[in-house]
Each structure stands twice: as structure tokens, then as C-alpha cells.
Ligand binder design. Sequence first.
Ligand SMILES: O=C(O)c1cc(=O)[nH]c(=O)n1[C@@H]1O[C@H](COP(=O)(O)O)[C@@H](O)[C@H]1O
Length: 271
Amino acid sequence: MTRAELFGQIQKKNSFLCVGLDTDLNKIPKHLLNTEDPIFEFNKRIIDATAQYAVAYKPNIAFYEAYGVKGWQSLEKTIAYIPKDIFILADAKRGDIGNTSKMYAKAFLENMNCDAITVAPYMGEDSVKPFLEFDNKWVILLALTSNAGGKDFQNLELTQGGELYEEVLRKSQEWGTTDQLMYVVGATRAEALTNIRKIVPDHFLLVPGVGAQGGSLKDVAQYGMNNQCGLLVNSSRGIIYASQEEDFAEVAEEKARELQLEMQQYLSEFL
Ligand SMILES: O=C(O)c1cc(=O)[nH]c(=O)n1[C@@H]1O[C@H](COP(=O)(O)O)[C@@H](O)[C@H]1O
């Protein structure tokens, strides 16, 4: 999907919501466990309930890989089921030496035909470049993550000045364009967004961490939005497990609608 198409979806739906499909057999409603493919059945119901409010879905690959071949099949069915105009982001956090990254890229951007993949920048340019060789596909580089341990490395002061995550933002801009690269910034790190926007004013940011991790959507929108919105804000557990009973899809729809309404307000205020 191109940047213009993504922004078009945001304008059409008045939303920059990404629904995270972190589907865990221990958390989905019990009655679904009797179906042939409980993971897909759950995802299908969540997608049906939230597609009108979501501009992106983010299946976290760990939740599928954990169940082996069956999990992978559920993932493929889920990706095929997502409406074609919605951005699909494989949250796989890959990155390895060049010829290995090339195979990861082939798996997610070609065979699975996802629009984007999350990539760890730690191994540098030749580990990221193979993901950038696909038309209208995106690499989402981890910059400032939402977890407490993110500070262990990402906030280290470099001898030449600045913190490590700032160098990730600066250096990686040499590798691809604003039509190919996005960055992960946790909603729990919203205080850094003003500084981040000085370094990457035009890029899209994937922002996980609202809902279950407690990040503020308002702060993210206020300090992170640019003139093309420039944000995809993810919520996984806060939507998909808001109810773990038979009404889970209705409650997920309500939660997605609540976030969309709030986003609509910020789009009119800050865009
Ligand atoms: O890359 C990510 O999506 C990601 C980066 C990050 O810094 N923090 C983070 O929580 N995530 C992912 O975003 C999702 C957050 O889920 P919830 O906390 O349930 O909304 C999970 O799939 C995480 O793996």
C-alpha cells in the first residue's frame, strides 16, 4: 500500500487505529475452542467487528508461530480474510545478515503479501536493506520501544552526542524513503515525540502501548501527529480481550469505536 492510499484510508475512516491480533488460545472465549480453527474463528469475528474503525491490522507473529503449522495456517487465513483496503503489518521483529533477511522479507512481504514488517535495527544497514526492495511495502524499524527494558540500550548516550534511538532515526533515513520506512515509538514514551518529530518530521510512526500498557492517545496525537497524520496507533489486548465471554466481538467493536471517536477528534484538532 502506498503512503497516499494509507492517508486516504485515515481520512475516509477518520481513524488511525491499528488493531493488534495477538491471539492467544488461553485468552479467547472457551466456546470457540470447539471450532475447527479457533484462532482464525476468533480473528474473523474481531475483524468483522472492527474493520469499519481500523486502518491497519497487526498480527503479532509470535502468537501464531507458538502453535506450529496450525498457527501458521491460521495466520495465512487471517491475512487472506482482512479486507484489501486495510494495511497489514506483520509484527515479526526480524533482522539478520543480508541473505537471511532476504528470506524473511520474502516470507512476509512476498509470500504472505503483508504491507509491512517490523524490523530490529541492531544489525545495521545490510540487515535492513533486503526488506526495502519491494514496491509499496514498508519496513517499520524499532526506535523507542514501549517496554521498560527499552531504556537499557535505546537511551544510551553516545560518545558523539545524542542517544542511541536518535542515531537509529538519523542513520536509517539514508537507507530508504518516507514512502518505505516507518518507526516504532511506544505510546509509553510519548514525552520523546516532540524530539522524535524534529528528527523524522514526515515519517509514519507505529505507536503501540495504548490500552493495556497505559499510554495516552491524547499525548501521542498531540506531540506525534504530522500533516499527513503520520501515526498508526495500535491496541491489541485492550480491544480483543475487552470481554472474554461470548459477547467478545461486540465489546471489541465498542472499544474500537471509542478509540476511533477519540482519534476523529484529534484529527480535527491537530491535523
Ligand atoms: O512492534 C510492536 O508492535 C511493539 C513495539 C513496542 O515497543 N511495544 C509493543 O508493545 N509492541 C507490540 O504491540 C502490541 C501491544 O499489545 P497491547 O499492549 O496488548 O496493546 C504487542 O503485539 C507488542 O508486541
